[in-house]
Design a protein around this ligand. Sequence first.
Ligand SMILES: [Zn+2]
Length: 385
Amino acid sequence: MNNLITRNLFFCSIFFVIISCSEISSRNTNLSNQKKGELYDTVSLAIVGDLMCHSQQFNQAKKDTGYDFNPAFAPVKKYLESADFTFGNLETVTAGAALNYTGYPMFNTPVQYLDALKNAGFDVLTTANNHSLDRGFVGVEKTIVELNNRGFLHTGTARSLDERNNSLILTKNNTKLGVLAYTYGTNGIKIPDGKVFCVNLIDTLQIKQDILKSKQSGADVVLIFLHWGNEYQRFPNDSQKSLENYIRKNGGLLVFGSHPHVLQPVNASNDYKTGFTIFSMGNFISAQRKQYTDCGIIVKMKLIKNLATNEVSVSKANFVPTYVSTQNGFRILPVYDAIESINNKNVNHLSYTSSIIEQTRIKEVWNETNKHMTNMNVGFTALEQ
Ligand SMILES: [Zn+2]
C-alpha cells in the first residue's frame, strides 16, 4: 500500500489526465486482471454514523422486564447483517443503572442497547466521541467490559495504555483492515490525571504513528473514524479538510466521519485510489427531529485485495438512505423500502409508516439525501434494494 500511495500522490496529476474516473473503467481493469489469472479477495463493509440514545428512546424501550431496543433496528437489519463487518459510532456509555440512565447532555444507556446493536448485525463499535467520558473513567471501563461480554470489536477508548496501543485489526481471509478512531474532544470533561490513554483525541502526530503501527502489524489498509466538524453544518469545515489531507498523505485512505448529526458529502477521486472520505454519516438513530437530523445513511462498501500485488482498493461504494420514524416507537427505516411500502399500501411491511407527515418527509429525505451525497464520478449512489 505504501508504494501505491506514494505512486498515486506522485503521479496524481497524470492520473487525472489519462484516466477517466468512472466505475466502468475500474470494472474493466478488474476484469482484464482477472483474465490474467490474478486472484482477488473481497471484504464487504456497512458503516453508519451516530448511534445516539436520548431519554425518549430508553423511555419507550422500557418494558416490565427491562429494555428492548430491537424494534428500532428491525427494518434495517438486512442491510447491516449482510456485510462482513458492520461499524457504528457508539455515542454513549453503558455504565450501569446505579449511575442513572440519562440522555442529553450526558448520556448513560441501558446495556440492552448493546444487545440490540449486536442483534442488528453490528460487529465493530467506535467509542471515541464527545460523550466517551459522560460517566468518567468508570464509564469507559464498564462500557468496554459490556462490549467485550457481547463479542463486539471496538476501538477509541481504553482501560490501559497497553489496551490503547493494541490497535484493532480485522481479518477476513487474506485481508487485514486496521481500524482507528479519534474525537475532537470530550465536551470539556477533563481526561483523568494519568489516564491520557482512555480516549483517543485527534492529534496529528499520534494519528500518523498509529497508522504506521497498524500497517507494521499487518494491516493492508487503515480505516479511520473521526468524530469531528461542526454540529448541524451540512458541509465540512476547513479543519476537517486539512486533517483529511494530512491523513491521506500519511497513508490513511478511508476516512469515516461523525458528530455533525447531519450528512456531509464524500470526497473521492481517481476511482477511490487516492482515498475515500465521507465527512459525516449523520445520525443513524437519535430523537432529534429537525430537518436533516432525522435521517442518515448506511455506507455499503466493497474492498478488493489483489493477492498478487497485495494492493487493496475500493471496488464499489453505495449508500442506503435511512430515516428515523417515531410512529410506533423509534424505528430506523430504509427510505427506499419505506417509499415502496407506502406506494404499495403494504401496511404490514417493516418499513411502513401510516403517518402522513412522515410519509411526506420520507419522500423529501430520499431527494435531499440523493442530492447531497451522490458522487457520480465514483459511482457513489443510493442503493434501491
Ligand atoms: Zn458527537
